[in-house]
Design a protein around this ligand. Sequence first.
Ligand code: ATP
Length: 328
Amino acid sequence: MQKTIKKIGVFTSGGDSPGMNAAVRAVVRACAYHNIQCFGIYRGYEGMIEGDFVEMDARSVKGIINKGGTILKSARSKEFRTVEGRKKAHEQLIKAGIDALVVIGGDGSFTGAMIFNQEFNFPVMGIPGTIDNDIYGTTHTLGYDTALNTAVEAIDKIRDTASSHNRLFFIEVMGRDVGHIALNVGVGAGAEEILIPEEDLGLDRLLESLRRSKKSGKSSSIVVVAEGDRIGKNVFELADYVEENKTEYEVRVSVLGHMQRGGSPSCFDRVLASRMGVKAVESLLDGKSNYMVGLKNDVMNLTPFDQAVKGKSKINMELIRVSDILTV
Ligand code: ATP
């Protein structure tokens, strides 16, 4: 017979992303609405192993929906990767009477949750919190929309200086394995070229395209480069290569880095976090476990953890064509 859930633990794990606080708020308030207790677990799996828990009620999450980062802090735990570490975490949860978990994090955090579930038959539900949007089973991860807006705003500012000085800027954005951020931000900021991990543009085509831009009368150019672009050169090497092979631009580099992870979440991310938090709690109460909540066609859905972790999130190929057409 299915055990009734009375106490849910919620935690944030891996890299932080805007919207995590809004998701914590939604989990805590959904628990309060359904008359079950909720505990916040500090510093992800690290805090779980140490029993670093705090009871949370509806009022303890006031004023956080608009805050970046995570009030529960996040961490990476080596110990949780070991059976002994996970045993300690399980003992701490049992001691506190916590009988189900909501993990807000990326694929690594879900892998940990899946293993924990297999070992201890412990109910777990995941909320995808990462700016990279690299998780299968949802069109949007928490923080992705905010990161896009942050990066576009930064590139708009760089464009001002690029056009004042007739410069070519290589701008690196996050995305080691997938090019969602680069592609969307590139189209949104009107970049002349976008380099992503999914497609090898080739150095010759890049040079050719930049020369064409210059000839067509453009006074500045922006090339958006994902961290893991397929050409295999980092953004500084790319800039050196282009400068050596003369495109008649003065070349500069800007790495946006961690600023893309911070800041107040966009309205889209706040709404998404609210929906995901409610869905995660209600799915646990319905007896479901080992799933990630996600968004598809504006409907909340569930994807088994193993699929979410193994599946590949695909970029929108149409955007590549749109970008090619609009940079004529
Ligand atoms: P991000 O997208 O920001 O990298 P993430 O959730 O993928 O977020 P990871 O550092 O990969 O971040 O994972 C977070 C934590 O999940 C790890 O520090 C570890 O404690 C746990 N974890 C990851 N993989 C495993 C695993 N195979 N077994 C047990 N625990 C794991």
